[in-house]
Design a protein around this ligand. Structure first.
Ligand code: AMP
Ligand code: MN
Ligand code: MN
Ligand code: MN
Length: 289
């Protein structure tokens, strides 16, 4: 099985397609297994699951938890796969992570207003399907849609990253808590897109060690933000740290750059795919005719 995509976003967080539209696209692209992994929120899962079932796309429940980690207060994302969406511990944990997004968004808008970009709060909200999940991607879409900036990549570089006018630092979940909520919900915790973190070798190994100590079991090896070099580097780290390997595009929206939904590079043969131990949690609808 290679057409596996265990990292996808819908309008429940900062994706542009509804959960059903996303599953429709997965079916068109002949995905053999998908997981919806919205940021800090489970509310797209029911719709996605129902659509995947009807379309015959094998489906896993997922989530991507925002974490602040380390002495540099780095943002790190932890994906949870095969979670029970009815878990109280996970739901309550995520509710606490979502708190503060609206206030942060007002501060982001104030920062942009100071450099002459007015109306960014309402503008970003107009791109957001779930107000309590307002985030940087919605601001990026507003800035591109209103003609202030030519594309999303440029928005992040010039406005929405540390030190830039629309960036507001934020305290997300504690790493061990995020991993704990995922485990309490019966899921497998995965370090998302490790190649994106600005950590040297020592800090990356410290992150993996703390993650494992908290009960984390996997790392994304094939993903939208990894080239082949990163993929092989993290395959070797997975092997060394005895972690399972995941594959996911981190797909957000048509035409927004990055990978399309569906097949990523094949995991190197040294990897143990994360979906093997999750087999009993995959919802499958076998077509009978
Ligand atoms: P937030 O959770 O509000 O801080 O937003 C984080 C989201 O912004 C990520 O999940 C991506 O969807 C998006 N993002 C972050 N950095 C970039 C980038 N350089 N280019 C495009 N999108 C990005
Ligand atoms: Mn996102
Ligand atoms: Mn992420
Ligand atoms: Mn993501």
């Amino acid at each position: 099985m290679t057409n596996v995509d265990l990292h996808l976003h819908s309008t429940a967080s900062d994706g542009a397609l509804s959960p059903s539209e996303l599953m429709q696209r997965a079916a068109e692209r002949e995905a053999e297994l998908v997981a919806l992994t919205d940021h800090d929120c489970l509310r797209g899962l029911e719709e996605a699951r129902a659509a995947a079932f009807v379309l015959g796309v094998p489906f896993l429940n997922g989530v991507e938890v925002s974490v602040t980690w380390g002495t540099k207060q780095q943002s790190v994302h932890i994906v949870g796969l095969g979670i029970d969406p009815d878990s109280t511990s996970l739901s309550q944990g995520l509710a606490s992570v979502r708190q503060g997004r609206i206030d942060r968004a007002r501060e982001m808008a104030a920062g942009l207003a100071r450099i002459g970009i007015e109306g960014a709060f309402d503008g970003a909200m107009a791109w957001c399907g779930n107000p309590e999940m307002i985030g940087r991607a919605h601001f990026a879409r507003f800035l591109v849609g209103s003609g202030h900036v030519k594309d999303v990549r440029t928005v992040f570089r010039k406005y929405l990253t540390p030190g830039k006018p629309g960036y507001v630092p934020h305290q997300w979940a504690v790493l061990a808590d995020a991993v704990g909520w995922i485990r309490e919900a019966g899921g497998v915790a995965v370090i998302a897109h490790p190649g994106r973190y600005d950590l040297g070798r020592t800090l990356m190994e410290r992150l993996i060690t703390e993650f494992k100590d908290a009960g984390g079991e996997a790392i994304e090896v094939a993903c939208g933000s990894h080239g082949l070099d990163d993929m092989h580097k993290f395959a070797l780290l997975a092997q060394r740290f005895d972690l399972l390997s995941s594959a996911g595009s981190d797909y957000h929206a048509p035409g927004e750059g990055g990978r399309d939904l569906g097949r990523t590079d094949d995991l190197p043969p040294i990897c143990r795919p994360v979906w093997i131990p999750l087999a009993d949690r995959i919802l499958t609808h076998q077509q009978t005719n």
